[in-house]
Unconditional design. Structure first.
Lengths: 260, 241, 247
C-alpha cells in the first residue's frame, strides 16, 4: 500500500498520533479518501474526531504519522526542528491550499464583506486575476444562495447564512478535498437544513469530502463511507448501511441508540 | 566610583537631598489621592444621579479637566488661586502684605482636580457595571439609600474600579514631577539643583527616572496583589488587565 | 480680557502650530516604530521580547518631564563624545530633543496598545486564513493587522490626546508651544486671562481631534453597524481586500 498510491487517492493519512499535555487523543489513525468519496467521521464527543480533521490540514501538528495529498507526502513528527524551515512551511501552505476547511464557528473575517471573504483566498494564495476571481466568487455565492448578500458584512448574517458563505469561501479555493468540522453544530435547529442542503448538493456532484458530524441521518444519506472513532482509534468503518444497520461494536451501538 | 560619591549621603553627595525630594514627591501624591478620589466619586454621583444642571456642570468639569494639559491646570491654580486669595485678603484688610500660595498646596489642588476628573469616569463606569438588582434587594429590605451605598455598593465599586484607579495612581505619581516647575522641592527639583552644582545632568536625571520607575513598579506589583485579593470568589474577574 | 487676545493671538496661534507639529510628527513616527516592535513583542520565539518589555516599562513608568530632561540636559554630559560623533547639533536643539523624547515615549505606549489589539484578534479568523494556506505575511496584512488596528483604534486616539497634552512640558526647555507662549505672555502682563485663552485653545485642539478620530472610527467599523453596504461599493470592494488598514 505504501509502495504505489493509486491515482484515485485524494487524501491519505497513516498512523497519526497526537497528544495534548500528555493525554493521547489520536492513537494511530489511518484513513484513505478516494476521489469522490464522502466520508463521515462520527463518534461521541472527546473521541478525537475534530483533532483528526485538524491534523489533516495541519492546523494541529501530529506527533507522528504520514500525510499524502495529491502526490505530496509529508512524514510528520520526525523532524520537529524542520517544521520551522521555510521550505517545509511552503509545503504545508501548498497542502492547505488543496484542502479547504469549513469550521464549526464559521470564522468569517468580520472586517470584510461576504464577497471579499470569498475572494481573498484565490487572490492571495492562487494569485489569480481579480476580475476572474470576482466572477467565480459571485457564481459560487449564487450557488449557495447568498449572492444578494454579497456586499454585507458577516455580522449582519444569520448562522446558516454565515456557514453558506464559509462553504462558498472554501469552494473558491477549488480544493481537492473539503473538510467539514461539525458544520451545523453551532446553528439553531431551524437553520441546519439550509446548510445540509448545500453540502448534499456538493456530495452529489462528486466532491471529495471528509466531514465530522453529529447529524447521523444526514451522514447515512450522503456518505459513501462512515468512520466510527472511539477513544482515539478507528473502531469501525464501512458503508453507511453496514455501520448504521449492523454495527459490530458495542460502543457504536450505544451511540446510535442514544441518537434516535 | 566617581558616580557613587555624587550619590552618597552627607555633605559630599546628594543622596540625602534626593531622598528628601522623593519623600516630598510621595507626600504630595499621597495627600492628593484622597482629595481626588472623594471629589471624583462626588462628580460621578452627580453625573449619574444629579439634577440636570448639576449633571451638566459635573460633566463639563470632568471633560474640561481631561482636555487640559496638567501643567496648564497647575499654573492656573497656582497663579489663579494665589491672586484670588490676595485679592480676598486685601479686600478684608487693605494693609495686609501679599501672600504666596505654597507650591505644595497648589500641587495638591491641581493634581487633585485632575485626578477627580479622570477618576469620576472610572467610578461612573464601575457604578454602571453594578448589578442593579442588588440595590433593589436592599431597598426591598427597607435599607436606607446611604446604607445601601455603604454596605452594598461601595465594596463592589472598589473592586470594579480598582484597576482603573490603580492606573490613575501611577499617572498621579508621574504627574507630581510637574510640580517641580513651580518650585516645589520634590525629587525632580532636587535633581535640578544637584545638576546646577555638579554639572552631571545625565547621572542625576537618570537616577530620578530610575527612582520613579522603581516606585511605579512597586505600586503596580502591589495593585496587582490588591486586585487578586479583591477578586477572590469572583469567577470572571481576575487578572484580565 | 479681550485685549489680551487681540494683542497676543498671533503668538498663541504660533504656539498652537508648534504643539500640533510636535504631536503629529511624534505620533506618526511612533506609529511606524510601534508596529514591528509590537509584533516582535508578541512573537513566540522572541529574543527581542525582553528588551522591548524593558523599554516599554521604562517609558511608561517614568514622568515625561524626567525623560525630557534626561535627553535634553543629560546629553550635555556627553557633549564631547556627541561632538565627535557629529550628533551634537541634534541634542543641542530643544526641538529635536523634545521630538525624540515624545517618539520614544509614545512608541512605548503604542506598543502596549497594539499588543492588546493583536491579542484580541479572534483566533478563529486567523485559523481560517491558515487553513487556506495564506502565508504568514498575508495573514498579517489581510486579517490580523486590520482587526488589531480596529480594536486598538480608540486607545490609540486616547494616546495621541495624552501626547498632545503632555507636549506642554516642552515649555520648560525653552520651546514656545501654546504653554510656552502663555507663560511668556503672563510674565509680561500678569494677566490671568491668558491662561483661560490657552485652556480654550487646548480644549479646541483636543475636541477637534476627538471629533476627527470618531469619524475615522465610524469609517473603520462600518462592518459592525451597516446592515448593507450601498450596492455601488461593488467595484470598490475588490480594492479593499488587498488594501487593509495602513498603519
Amino acid at each position: 500500500m505504501t509502495a504505489s498510491i493509486p491515482q484515485t487517492t485524494a487524501l491519505q493519512v497513516e498512523n497519526l498520533y497526537k497528544s495534548f499535555a500528555g493525554i493521547e487523543v489520536l492513537k494511530g489513525v489511518s484513513l484513505t479518501a478516494e476521489k469522490h468519496d464522502v466520508i463521515s467521521i462520527i463518534g461521541s464527543s472527546g473521541s478525537g474526531k475534530s483533532t483528526l480533521l485538524r491534523c489533516m490540514n495541519l492546523l494541529e501538528f501530529p506527533d507522528s504519522g504520514r500525510l499524502r495529498v495529491h502526490g505530496e507526502e509529508l512524514e510528520l513528527g520526525t523532524n520537529r526542528r524542520g517544521v520551522r524551515s521555510r521550505r517545509f512551511q511552503r509545503q504545508i501552505e501548498r497542502i492547505r491550499a488543496r484542502l479547504a476547511m469549513v469550521f464549526q464557528s464559521f470564522n468569517l473575517w468580520s472586517h470584510m464583506t461576504v464577497l471579499e471573504n470569498v475572494m481573498l483566498g484565490p487572490c492571495l494564495v492562487h494569485r489569480r486575476p481579480r476580475d476572474e476571481v470576482e466572477d467565480q466568487a459571485k457564481k459560487l455565492l449564487a450557488r449557495v444562495g447568498m449572492l444578494e448578500k454579497c456586499q454585507m458584512y458577516p455580522d449582519c448574517l444569520s448562522g446558516g447564512q454565515k456557514q453558506r458563505v464559509a462553504i462558498a469561501r472554501a469552494l473558491a479555493m477549488d480544493p481537492e478535498v473539503m473538510l467539514f468540522d461539525e458544520p451545523t453544530s453551532a446553528l439553531d435547529p431551524e437553520l441546519v437544513g439550509e446548510v445540509l442542503l448545500v453540502i448534499r448538493e456538493l456530495a452529489e456532484e462528486g466532491r471529495t469530502m471528509i466531514m465530522v458530524t453529529h447529524e447521523m441521518r444526514f451522514a447515512r444519506e450522503v456518505s459513501s463511507k462512515v468512520v466510527y472513532l472511539h477513544q482515539g482509534r478507528i473502531e469501525e468503518q464501512g458503508s453507511p448501511e453496514q455501520l448504521f444497520n449492523a454495527p459490530q461494536s458495542d460502543n457504536l451501538r450505544r451511540l446510535l441508540a442514544s441518537q434516535y | 566610583m566617581d558616580w557613587l560619591t555624587y550619590l552618597s549621603f552627607g555633605d559630599a553627595g546628594w543622596g540625602d537631598e534626593l531622598l528628601q525630594g522623593l519623600g516630598v514627591t510621595l507626600a504630595l501624591a499621597l495627600t492628593t489621592l484622597p482629595v481626588g478620589l472623594l471629589l471624583g466619586l462626588l462628580v460621578a454621583a452627580l453625573v449619574l444621579f444629579g439634577a440636570r444642571p448639576a449633571r451638566a456642570l459635573a460633566l463639563a468639569f470632568s471633560t474640561t479637566l481631561r482636555g487640559l494639559p496638567e501643567l496648564l491646570t497647575l499654573f492656573i491654580i497656582y497663579h489663579g488661586v494665589g491672586m484670588g486669595l490676595n485679592a480676598l485678603l486685601r479686600w478684608y484688610n487693605p494693609a495686609a502684605g501679599s501672600l504666596e500660595l505654597s507650591p505644595f498646596i497648589a500641587g495638591v489642588l491641581a493634581l487633585g482636580l485632575v485626578f477627580a476628573a479622570y477618576s469620576s469616569e472610572v467610578w461612573r463606569g464601575a457604578w454602571q457595571a453594578l448589578d442593579g438588582g442588588q440595590r433593589e434587594a436592599g431597598q426591598a429590605m427597607g435599607l436606607r439609600r446611604l446604607t445601601i451605598f455603604r454596605v452594598i455598593e461601595l465594596p463592589q465599586l472598589l473592586r470594579l474600579a480598582l484597576p482603573g484607579l490603580g492606573n490613575l495612581w501611577v499617572n498621579l505619581l508621574k504627574d507630581t514631577a510637574l510640580v517641580s516647575v513651580i518650585a516645589l522641592s520634590d525629587l525632580m527639583r532636587m535633581a535640578n539643583i544637584a545638576v546646577g552644582t555638579t554639572k552631571k545632568p545625565f547621572l542625576f536625571f537618570l537616577v530620578v527616572c530610575l527612582a520613579y520607575w522603581l516606585v511605579c513598579l512597586l505600586c503596580e506589583c502591589l495593585l496587582g496583589r490588591m486586585e487578586r485579593r479583591a477578586n477572590r470568589g469572583y469567577r470572571s474577574g481576575g487578572a484580565a488587565a | 480680557m479681550m485685549d489680551i487676545l487681540t494683542r497676543f493671538s498671533a503668538q498663541l496661534l504660533a504656539g498652537a502650530g508648534l504643539t500640533l507639529q510636535l504631536t503629529v510628527i511624534a505620533a506618526l513616527l511612533a506609529c511606524a516604530l510601534a508596529l514591528p516592535l509590537a509584533i516582535a513583542r508578541c512573537s513566540e520565539r522572541g529574543l527581542l521580547r525582553w528588551p522591548i518589555r524593558l523599554f516599554v516599562s521604562f517609558f511608561r513608568g517614568t514622568p515625561l518631564l524626567a525623560q525630557l530632561f534626561l535627553v535634553y540636559y543629560g546629553s550635555g554630559q556627553f557633549r564631547a563624545e556627541l561632538n565627535q560623533l557629529g550628533l551634537w547639533w541634534f541634542f543641542r536643539d530643544p526641538y529635536y530633543c523634545a521630538l525624540l523624547t515624545f517618539v520614544l515615549n509614545s512608541t512605548a505606549y503604542q506598543v502596549e496598545i497594539l499588543r492588546g489589539g493583536l491579542r484580541a484578534v479572534p483566533y478563529g479568523q486567523i485559523e481560517a486564513g491558515v487553513a487556506m494556506g495564506l502565508s504568514r505575511f498575508n495573514q498579517y496584512r489581510t486579517i490580523i493587522l486590520p482587526n488589531a488596528y480596529r480594536i486598538a483604534f480608540p486607545a490609540l486616539g486616547n494616546e495621541i490626546i495624552l501626547l498632545l497634552k503632555g507636549s506642554a512640558v516642552v515649555s520648560v526647555i525653552t520651546l514656545f508651544d501654546v504653554m510656552g507662549q502663555t507663560r511668556r505672555i503672563f510674565s509680561q502682563t500678569f494677566d490671568l486671562s491668558v491662561y483661560l485663552w490657552a485652556a480654550l485653545l487646548y480644549l479646541l485642539m483636543t475636541s477637534a481631534f476627538v471629533w476627527l478620530w470618531h469619524r475615522l472610527e465610524l469609517c473603520l467599523t462600518r462592518h459592525q453597524r451597516v446592515r448593507q453596504a450601498p450596492s455601488t461599493a461593488t467595484s470598490l470592494a475588490s480594492k479593499r481586500v488587498s488594501a487593509g488598514v495602513s498603519p
